[in-house]
Design a protein around this ligand. Structure first.
Ligand code: SF4
Length: 251
C-alpha cells in the first residue's frame, strides 16, 4: 500500500481511508473561480431565504438556549408528522459547520442529526479528511423530518430558516459546507445546481462557503464519491489555512 500526504498533511491516498472513494484521488482545482456574492452584513447569510424573508429571527445567547427554543417549535406542519425536532449538534465554537437537508427516519427516532446511513457515511468521510465529528458542527435546513424523506418545500425551509440562521450566527463558523442541493439553494442561491456549483468557494462575510453532494446521494450513486472526496480535500486545505492564519495572528 502506497502512503503519501498532500501539501496540507492530509492523507490523500484512498488506500488509507476506510471509505472507498475513487482510486487515487488527487488535489482538485475547481474550474470555477472563487465567487463573491452579495452578503448580508448581519448574518453573513443571504440565500433566497435571507433575512428579508425571515422576519421572526430568534434571540438566543447560546446554542443551548437556541436548542431549548427550537425543540418547542410547532411553526409548520412538518412537526405533526415527526417524533420531534432534531436540532444541530457538535462543537458550539466549531471552525467548520455542515448543513444538510433534514432529518431522516433514524435521526427522527434518535433525535440527532446525521446518525442514519448517510450520517455514518459522513462520519467516515470526516475521519478520512482528518476531522473528528465532535470538533465540527452538524445541522440541517429543516429540523423536522419531512414525510417519506421528501425534499423540504421552500415554504418549510423559509419557516425553519430563523433557527439555522441563529445557529450560524452563534457558532460563527469560518467554513460553511452545504451538503446537497437544498442546503446550497437555501444558503447560497436558489437557482444554483449542485452538479455545477459543488467545489466552488463563495465568500460570505468572513465565512468561506462551499457545497458538495449530500452523503445520501453517494449511497445512491457511487460515481459521486470522487467529486465528494475532491471537495473534502479542498475543505481540509481551507481549514488548515484558517487554523494556520489564526495561529500566526495569535503568535
Ligand atoms: S421544521 Fe422547523 S419550523 Fe417546522 S416545526 Fe420543525 S423546527 Fe419548527
Amino acid at each position: 500500500m502506497v502512503s503519501r500526504k498532500g501539501k496540507t498533511g492530509l492523507i490523500d491516498n484512498v488506500d488509507q481511508i476506510a471509505f472507498d472513494f475513487a482510486a487515487t484521488p488527487k488535489i482538485f482545482t475547481s474550474p470555477f473561480a472563487s465567487v463573491s456574492i452579495q452578503q448580508d452584513a448581519e448574518s453573513g447569510v443571504d440565500g433566497v431565504l435571507g433575512p428579508s424573508k425571515a422576519k421572526d429571527d430568534l434571540v438566543a445567547s447560546s446554542i443551548e438556549e437556541l436548542r431549548a427554543q427550537t425543540i418547542q417549535c410547532r411553526k409548520c406542519h412538518l412537526r405533526d408528522g415527526c417524533r420531534g425536532v432534531v436540532f444541530g449538534e457538535g462543537n458550539p465554537n466549531a471552525v467548520i459547520m455542515f448543513v444538510g437537508e433534514g432529518p431522516g427516519s433514524v435521526e427522527d427516532e434518535l433525535g440527532r442529526p446525521f446518525v442514519g446511513p448517510a450520517g455514518q457515511l459522513l462520519d467516515r468521510i470526516l475521519a478520512a479528511a482528518g476531522f473528528k465529528r465532535e470538533e465540527v458542527y452538524i445541522t440541517n435546513v429543516v429540523k423536522c423530518r419531512p414525510p417519506n424523506n421528501r425534499v423540504p418545500t421552500p415554504v418549510e425551509a423559509v419557516t425553519c430558516y430563523p433557527y439555522l440562521k441563529s445557529e450560524i450566527s452563534l457558532v460563527k463558523p469560518k467554513i460553511l459546507v452545504c451538503l446537497g442541493a437544498t442546503s446550497l439553494q437555501t444558503l447560497v442561491d436558489p437557482a444554483a445546481r449542485i452538479t455545477r456549483t459543488r467545489g466552488t468557494w463563495f465568500d460570505k462575510g468572513d465565512m468561506k462557503v462551499i457545497a458538495t453532494y449530500h452523503p445520501a446521494a453517494l449511497l445512491r450513486d457511487q460515481s459521486k464519491k470522487k467529486p465528494v472526496w475532491e471537495d473534502f480535500i479542498q475543505i481540509r486545505r481551507q481549514y488548515e489555512k484558517i487554523i494556520k492564519s489564526a495561529g500566526s495572528r495569535g503568535a
